[in-house]
Design a protein around this ligand. Sequence first.
Ligand code: SAM
Length: 329
Amino acid sequence: MIDPFGRHISYLRISVTDRCDFRCVYCMAEEMTFLPKADVLTLEEIDRLGSAFVRLGARKLRLTGGEPLVRKNVMSLFESLSRHLKSGALEELTLTTNGSRLAEFAEPLARLGVKRVNVSIDTLDPAKFTEITRRGKLDKVIEGAFAAREAGMKVKVNTVALRGVNEQEMDDLVAWCGREGFDLCVIETMPLGEIDADRTDQYLPVSLVRSRLAARWTLEESDKRTGGPARYVRVAETGQYVGFITPLTHNFCESCNRVRLTCTGTLFMCLGQEDSADLRAVLRQGADDAGLDAAIREAISRKPKGHDFIIDRRHNRPALGRHMSVTGG
Ligand code: SAM
């Protein structure tokens, strides 16, 4: 799969559910209306689509959400997709999780060949954690991250930088991740979906986080790339990596190798644009594999050059109406 700008599309992120057991303040509103079940792809449909992408050359699949580990029977999906790891067609099967159920699933995931997991942790303060997630328990999440490490997986902690919320904690997060052997990725807030808060209040430029960290830590430039938009530095004092994702202040589109499938089977060729392809309709109209492949290729031929996120200060509206939980973060 090569798009019109010569980029090889080798990475598919799949949101397996829009549901989540947390309600992170920057991600969701307190009262969320989730999608009717009939709109959401079945696990068999997700397997069929994921497998089509693998057939067309995707080397990496990431399951996300919503919270992937709250989807009923999600392990059967991991299991069926893991056949592509065994055959060698797929290099990596991985997930992004809030960690609430990771303690339970770490072992079976590792057994299926999942080697890396991203766990979202925005703060190490238990009370603040419950406030940000509106219901999460930090100790459960940390237990999950430790269980993943024990099962042999590499853990990367995702932290969304939030002004006035966790900005004073970045040093502690770097130190903690360093001690625990985790990499850390600091993410800028992206204006996706209606939430209850004012996004311009939450916005903390990751460039500022980086320059503050540089005052305390020795950040060595590194060419480590994980196929994603993060730019990594190595923290000399801990030996762990810290990545920075700055969709608002830095354009990472030129090397974009990814597309995203929502839990309703809509393929977004760009996180920051509305253009999409309805692959659920193709599936449910009874397309055979050749028809499905043709629909995917056609979508890839429409992948745009880049996006242009802005937090609109006058209207304080999200740049895009859909939530990260639908598109898959
Ligand atoms: N439930 C899983 C989790 O918590 O990691 C997977 C889905 S979640 C949408 C994926 C990542 O997106 C999380 O690290 C979350 O913090 C981040 N995220 C959600 N909304 C965001 C936003 N508006 N801007 C930046 N990151 C966001």
